[in-house]
Write a protein that binds this ligand. Structure first.
Ligand SMILES: Nc1ncnc2c1ncn2[C@@H]1O[C@H](COP(=O)(O)OP(=O)(O)O)[C@@H](O)[C@H]1O
Ligand SMILES: [Mg+2]
Length: 431
């Protein structure tokens, strides 16, 4: 390939390009009670309850049907969401729901799973305040999607996807891959991205982008209750029109012993404001790193082609696959391939050991990467035709499902900025 792919101009499908899999939001901290009448529906909801997107919600599943629900709620408080399987026909369904209304809080949303596929029934139920009607058989993902739809805040669209990058060892180039991929997503795909550098003591994102921010992720992590989209804007450093940086402090002023859930709120707020969040994770194993990996939308493991990297990459790969059975496995990038005089494990053997092909293989090029790092530039900025750009583009496509385009578009953060500054954003016009 002589030309890098993102010199292609005016690709129309940029706007409609979607992620490879439909985006399903994480459910908020809600309580869900399911009253099922059939084993299949109960199983689907039980499986759904174990999905990572449901980790913050509390889900109870009972198999006592609507009669059980009515008895149950005579004494127990009603949940935020009641999931009800009704096996009868349309007529009796309406009557049964009316009985339930007497024992339910008005604030409770009701979602019905029925066995009748009838659009008139659907309309009737919706008009009576049922939030959603699903026709059995249902899949766990279908339920999550429907529930997420109920709680999606139109103000918060589009919710960001979290792309987490971690190295199989330290120094393998995980941050380099993360930053360059973010650059391609933001500047090649014309969609907003935030790089969040969670390597608090040693992170290099600010250096790599030649920035010197005075505020950092530490300001958020030590006062999460203060964080909102307004404060977040102040903590971000703008690198390009579409790319912002949430930098690490990069100093040793504190001990950074973080709680396993230290980043939950920060990530919620960051992802509400931007479609792509590139998370640059340090090479370490702690509760918070594991939590983030388990809940990320996509994961990239960068490894060098040696035995220790292979072992670590395989361990990470297997653990993540096991913990996220309903998700795509992580992507593996083999970096610094072809280092002179170094015995290496071939990408083919790497793939065989992992039972997965690497998403990209990047050659060792100390001249190119060293100059980029010292100049505070991305590879694309330094050398638009350099080979590694193809790999970064490939990874970016895999993660976002997007096509690249040069077409300029106003920043997606513009409406938010407009609200904050009192000036209208520039994205108002549709074309
Ligand atoms: N393909 C490559 N060839 C040569 N040097 C590289 C390559 N990829 C990254 N580097 C260099 O390796 C060093 C470590 O990279 P970094 O991204 O900080 O690793 P990590 O985040 O995994 O600790 C940096 O100096 C970077 O410029
Ligand atoms: Mg790093």
């Amino acid at each position: 390939m002589s030309e890098v792919a993102y010199e292609v101009e005016d690709i129309e499908s940029t706007e409609t390009g979607e992620a490879a899999e439909p985006f399903v939001a994480t459910l908020p901290r809600i309580s869900i009670q399911a009253f099922c009448a059939s084993g299949d529906v109960a199983n689907a909801i039980q499986t759904m309850a174990k999905d990572r997107r449901v980790a913050r919600a509390h889900v109870g599943v009972q198999t006592t049907g609507i009669d059980g629900a009515i008895t149950y709620f005579e004494t127990a408080p009603t949940p935020n969401l009641l999931l009800l399987e009704l096996t009868d026909g349309a007529e009796s369904m309406i009557g049964e729901l009316a009985r339930l209304a007497d024992v339910c809080d008005p604030g409770t949303k009701v979602m019905v799973v029925g066995h009748v596929n009838d659009v008139l029934l659907y309309r009737e139920l919706i008009s009576r305040g049922v939030s959603e009607y699903l026709v059995a058989p249902i899949t766990p993902m279908q339920v999550i999607q429907a529930v997420a739809g109920l709680y999606a805040d139109p103000e918060a669209e589009p919710l960001g996807r979290i792309l987490a990058f971690i190295g199989a060892k330290g120094g393998v180039g995980s941050s380099t891959v993360a930053h360059n991929t973010a650059w391609v997503i933001a500047n090649g795909f014309a969609t907003d991205a935030i790089i969040a550098d969670f390597d608090l003591p040693f992170g290099t994102a600010a250096l790599d982008f030649n920035q010197d921010p005075t505020m950092s992720v530490a300001d958020a992590v030590y006062a999460p209750e203060r964080l909102d989209d307004v404060l977040l804007e102040r903590l971000l450093t703008k690198c390009t029109e579409n790319l912002s940086l949430f930098a690490a402090p990069g100093n040793l002023n504190r001990d950074y012993d973080l709680d396993p859930n230290a980043y939950d709120r920060i990530l919620d707020i960051v992802r509400a404001g931007v479609p792509t969040v590139v998370l640059d994770l340090p090479h370490q194993w702690s509760g918070w790193v594991k939590n983030i990996l388990m809940s990320a939308d996509e994961i990239v493991i960068t490894a060098e082609p040696d035995l220790a990297n292979l072992r670590n990459a395989k361990n990470l790969f297997e653990l993540i696959k096991q913990g996220r059975p309903n998700d795509k496995p992580p992507h593996v990038v083999v970096n610094k391939v072809g280092m002179p005089k170094r015995p290496e494990i071939s990408p083919k053997d790497f793939a065989e050991a992992l039972h997965a092909s690497p998403a990209a293989v990047i050659g060792f090029d100390p001249q190119l990467f060293g100059s980029a790092a010292n100049n505070g530039q991305m590879i694309q900025e330094m050398a638009a035709n350099a080979k590694p750009n193809e790999a970064f583009t490939e990874i970016a496509k895999l993660l976002t499902g997007r096509v690249e385009a040069r077409r300029k578009r106003a920043s997606i953060l513009a409406p938010l900025m407009g609200k904050l500054t009192g000036k209208p954003g520039k994205t108002g016009k549709k074309s």
